[in-house]
Design a protein around this ligand. Structure first.
Ligand code: SAH
Ligand code: MG
Length: 205
């Protein structure tokens, strides 16, 4: 991966260890030959830089969806709350300015297309076949199940479905991403092609 972009990704606020980010980039390179890339869960743009680097090399784009109000566990008083991300004028979480800043600093504004909205609403109007869907949005069981059920059908044959925060051991983290990973494999439509930390990459077969 381009050294400069790798540095921007590393410096961005977010939840993606470098090894996993590089595996996501590799998945993006492979999937970018099939079609455009899409992620659910932009946050401050960290994973978008890894995917954006791949999209740039493949002459395609990344759609990055987030309502930018944070997940349940990122709200004030919760474990993953970051007070820097609260808009002082409203007192609520707003990651959109950070996302924009990350992408402009990285020079990826022409490649990463931010979509501000609820994943479940955006998908109702989605009609573009995708090379890759990366699920890293809400981690409640309902949110994860919906993201899988609604977005996975848009992955083209030979395209990839990547899921973050998949922990086999319940001691290490929440269940829902693991449950949808199992559901995808169990459906017979996807087979695992890469595994790095909590990132799983599946190909539509
Ligand atoms: N990919 C990011 C981390 C994403 S954190 C990184 O690399 O650092 C999860 C994000 O999902 C949060 O920003 C939250 O606002 C978003 N999110 C949660 N539920 C959502 C929903 N239903 N629709 C859109 N975005 C959602
Ligand atoms: Mg994550």
């Amino acid at each position: 991966m381009d050294e400069r972009l790798r540095k921007h990704a590393e410096e961005a606020i977010g939840f993606m260890p470098e090894e996993e980010g590089l595996a996501l980039y590799e998945a993006g390179l492979r999937a970018g030959k099939v079609g455009p890339l899409l992620e659910i869960g932009s946050y401050c743009g960290k994973s978008a830089v890894y995917l954006g680097a791949a999209a740039r090399e493949r002459n395609t784009v990344v759609y990055s969806i987030d309502h930018h109000r944070g997940s349940e566990e990122q709200q004030p008083g919760e474990t993953f709350h970051d007070p820097r991300l609260v808009d002082p004028s409203t007192g609520v979480v707003d990651t959109l300015p950070f996302f924009r800043r990350t992408l402009s600093d990285a020079g990826l504004e022409d490649v990463v297309i931010g979509i501000v909205g609820e994943s479940g609403t955006v998908v109702q109007h989605w009609d573009t076949p995708l090379g890759l869907v990366f699920i890293d949005g809400g981690h409640s069981e309902e949110a994860a199940r919906n993201d899988y059920a609604c977005w996975a059908p848009h992955v083209m044959h030979g395209g990839l479905l990547a899921i973050h925060d998949v922990f086999e051991d319940p001691e290490e983290g929440g269940r829902p991403p693991f449950l949808i990973f199992r559901q995808a494999v169990g459906s017979g439509s996807f087979k695992e092609v890469a595994h790095e930390g909590s990132l799983r990459v599946l190909e539509r077969v």
